[in-house]
Design a protein around this ligand. Structure first.
Ligand SMILES: *Cc1c(COP(=O)(O)O)cnc(C)c1O
Length: 381
């Protein structure tokens, strides 16, 4: 048997909507962009959604819109994708890495406090694998130090912190619809603007539209549009938004299918975990979207051995992030080994199991059987 790490799940409506878009409009902001934004708006009870070309671009927009300047510091976790840091560097500002919490693998508020300086301007918390950060603590730190909060909710679409959708809690939220995420358009994202400040909202629309007031023109508010401010092109093709619309219509269905696999893994593996081995768990404050199921081994050696043996059995299990502070770029910025002990331990030991909507029971059973076989061998070296 061959079990891929991920397999896209299609509802059957994708082709139909894409064909329809082909006949109507292939450039941005056509009918399907509106439909995708609307369905997200309804789903997460949010009024201010801008569909973007990627989460990376939504993060760039947010970093620009909060006015990050050279010398400003932004606290982020190191256990994330480079986009969370790149958007900060792009403004000439400085990413400051804080450690993660052992249980959620998200920003540890206690370490955030230690990283505060007079130059700290914002916190960019990253929700990991569908699990929310401790947002109450992060917001409290932000409020008491007058900091802005931009959520990297690339992996948090349709997940919640208590009853609040991830991405809709801080000042801005950034979502991803990349092919590897839960609900996909190949490449794509969204920016959630969570402020009531109309000036910022107008500015966000201008930035997305190459610095023009085309959005106001489309709404019939101005007779023609022209250059009004700095901007770029963060507008996705309506073809991709047609694909996304089919996926967003099936959000609940996709989530239920992923949950079934996640729950099965958790139930089957929990009784057999040796000392020092941990699996994904969902804190009570969180409603997950079941983006990732991981197992953390006590050492990088044990992890590599299990990963290789699974690969020989046809099972694709993947590691995850190289901590940003230890990557080539992070080290060039001054990162050192030993700086963030939890992040470093987790990244060495973590292995992600295959998980996708529509994974067949015989597939997940095969993964569990082979993994239990590995766990039985013991993990000592
Ligand atoms: C996937 C991901 C991104 C980048 O998303 P794109 O839509 O591919 O730009 C950013 N941050 C995190 C945490 C991610 O997992």
């Amino acid at each position: 048997m061959r079990i891929p790490f991920n397999r896209p799940y299609y509802t059957g409506f994708e082709i139909q909507y894409i064909k329809d878009a082909l006949q109507k409009q292939t450039s941005g902001d056509g009918a399907y962009t509106s439909k995708a934004a609307e369905i997200l708006q309804k789903k997460i009870g949010h009024e201010k959604v801008l569909m973007t070309t990627s989460c990376t671009h939504a993060l760039e927009m947010a970093a620009y819109l909060i006015g990050l300047k050279p010398g400003d510091e932004v606290i982020i976790s190191s256990y994330t994708f480079p986009s969370t840091a790149n958007c900060i560097l792009r403004q000439g500002a400085i990413p400051v890495f804080a450690d993660i919490d052992e249980k959620t693998l998200t920003l540890d508020p206690a370490d955030v406090i230690k990283k505060l300086t007079p130059a700290t301007k914002a916190i960019f918390p990253v929700h990991y694998g569908g699990i929310s950060c401790d947002m109450e603590s992060i917001l409290e730190i932000a409020h008491s130090h007058d900091l802005l909060v931009v959520e990297d909710a690339a992996q948090g679409v349709n997940a919640k912190y208590y009853d609040k959708p991830l991405g809709a809690i801080g000042d801005f939220g950034c979502l991803s619809f990349h092919a590897t995420k839960n609900y996909i358009s190949g490449e794509g994202g969204a920016l959630l603007v969570n402020t009531n400040n109309e000036i910022i909202w107008d500015k966000a629309k201008v930035v997305r539209q190459k610095g023009t007031d085309r959005e106001r023109f489309l709404q019939g508010e101005v007779a023609e549009y022209s250059w009004v401010d700095w901007g770029s092109n963060y507008t996705p093709s309506d073809l991709l938004m047609a694909l996304l619309y089919a996926q967003l219509e099936a959000m609940n269905e996709i989530t239920v299918l992923r949950k079934a696999v996640f729950d099965y893994y958790a139930k089957m593996l929990a009784p057999y975990l040796a000392e020092g081995v941990r699996i994904s768990s969902i804190p009570e404050y969180c409603q997950s979207n079941y983006h990732i199921f991981y197992i953390i081994f006590p050492s990088g050696k044990a992890r590599a051995r299990v990963q290789n043996n699974l690969k020989e059995k046809g099972i694709e299990a993947y590691t995850h992030f190289v901590p940003l502070h230890l990557s080539a770029m992070g080290q060039a910025l001054g990162g050192n080994k030993g700086q963030l002990p939890v992040t470093e331990r987790v990244s060495e030991g973590l292995l992600r199991l295959p998980l996708y909507a529509g994974m067949r029971p015989d597939e997940s059973e095969y993964v569990v059987t082979e993994l239990l076989e590995e766990l039985k061998k013991g993990l000592s070296e």
